[in-house]
Design a protein around this ligand. Structure first.
Ligand code: ADP
Ligand code: MG
Length: 386
């Protein structure tokens, strides 16, 4: 097992624009880190650089305590699982799994013991004599994972391994991968564009956008304290509601005007807001409730016209029109208000996130020097891109 460290790591494919801007990242020994972000943000490039399949344009990459910039892939003791299962079609599952050890000239008895070991971990015991085409996508991907595991690598790399599977198999295999990590504790870097996969699997999520790290933290950090408007919108389903607002700051306190209303912002975390500052207000649909009485205490209320009702099962997503902006609330499906009715909704100030409209940074989060540096870089890159 091994930790991974990237210092100022960057990538530029020959002659092209930068694909990864110099970035710092530390992955602890035994940690499960998910690189999350939209298609094209540089996740696979990052993973392939760790694997040694892609050259490094700048900075330093270490695995364990060793700088591996110039160490070829086969000497890095990493194993990678790809989106398409990449099994040898003419070989049985047994031989596919054994392949890597045979090439290393491991004794047959030892190979047999280890193949049966990993096969049992991944519930492949009864499938060892099958050819890949005789198995489902989920089974093939489990075989591909077994093949990667058998060499007991120091680092496990996964590149969107579940993307080709249907929803049910995806959930099943997600559980298998998590259980596997809980048992083996192998340092794992897992790439996906699916925030649910990231949230369920990761010890820590590294959210990327345009070749930069947007935010790194535990799933709970990203969910409850999104550092940027992008992070707020990318994490969580149903997606965060976002509306525009303007701050009013006077002797009687801090207020925000939005969706035709004006609320006080009482919490200390909003004390840095300036009079006239334009902001984006964000709140998750699951923190908004339908109410019938006037609010008291810390509750804020908005009135809206029910525009759309989407039944999800025990809950329904109700979208309402609120002074021209759309806001959605997740509410119990036995309490769904009628279409076109005017209803009062409420939320707690504690569940509201406020972002500066220009920088798109969360106004409530304290920033250390490292974060500030990243933000400066982010702003500079954003301006360069236009
Ligand atoms: P992701 O895995 O997050 O979808 P990638 O790492 O595959 O993103 O790609 C990041 C960016 O690098 C994209 O703009 C992509 O077009 C570019 N890119 C990837 N591979 C190459 C390559 N071999 N040559 C040139 N550009 C590439
Ligand atoms: Mg990719």
């Amino acid at each position: 097992m091994a930790k991974i460290a990237c210092k100022g790591l960057s990538k530029q494919y020959d002659g092209g624009p930068p694909v990864l801007h110099p970035l710092d990242m530390q992955i602890d020994d035994g940690e499960f880190v998910v690189l999350l972000g939209p298609s094209g943000c540089g996740k696979s490039t990052m993973l392939r650089m760790i694997a040694g399949l892609e050259g490094i344009s700048g900075g330093e990459l270490s695995i364990g305590d060793k700088v591996v910039n110039d160490v070829p892939a086969r000497e890095r003791n990493v194993a990678m699982v790809f989106q398409n299962y990449a099994l040898y079609p003419h070989m049985t599952v047994y031989n596919n799994i054994a392949f890597g050890l045979r090439r290393l000239k491991v004794a047959q008895a030892e190979i047999d013991r280890r193949v049966r070991d990993v096969a049992s971990l991944l519930n492949l015991d009864t499938l060892l004599e099958r050819k890949p085409r005789q198995m489902s996508g989920g089974q093939q991907q489990r075989a591909a994972i077994a093949r990667a595991m058998i060499k007991t690598p120091a680092v496990f790399l996964f590149d969107e391994p579940l993307s080709n599977l249907d929803a049910k198999l995806r959930a099943q295999l997600r559980g298998d991968i998590k259980r596997l990590h809980q048992r083996l504790k192998t340092t794992t870097v897992y790439v996906t564009h699916d925030q649910l996969e990231a949230m369920t699997l990761a010890d820590r999520v590294v959210l990327m956008k345009g070749g930069l790290i947007e935010q790194a933290g535990t799933p709970s950090d990203l969910y409850h304290s999104p550092r940027t408007l992008f992070a707020a919108g990318f994490i969580g389903t149903p997606a965060m509601n976002v509306v525009s607002g303007v701050v009013e700051r006077g002797a009687d306190g801090v207020f925000v005007k939005a969706v035709g209303q004006r609320w006080p912002l009482k919490a200390g975390r909003f004390s840095r807001l300036q009079n006239g500052q334009t902001v984006k207000l964000a709140i998750r649909p699951n923190y908004i409730r339908v109410v019938t009485r006037e609010a008291d205490g810390d509750l804020r209320q908005i009135r809206g016209t029910v525009e759309l009702v989407e039944l999800l099962g025990a809950e329904a997503l109700v979208t309402f029109d609120c002074a021209g902006e759309r806001v959605a609330a997740l509410i119990p499906s036995d309490a769904v208000p009628a279409l076109n009715s005017v209803v009062m909704f409420e939320f707690r100030e504690a569940d509201l996130h406020v972002f500066d409209a220009q920088s798109e940074l969360n106004v409530a989060l304290e920033r250390d020097a490292g974060t500030k540096q990243q933000e400066t870089q982010r702003t500079r890159v954003a301006h360069a891109i236009g």
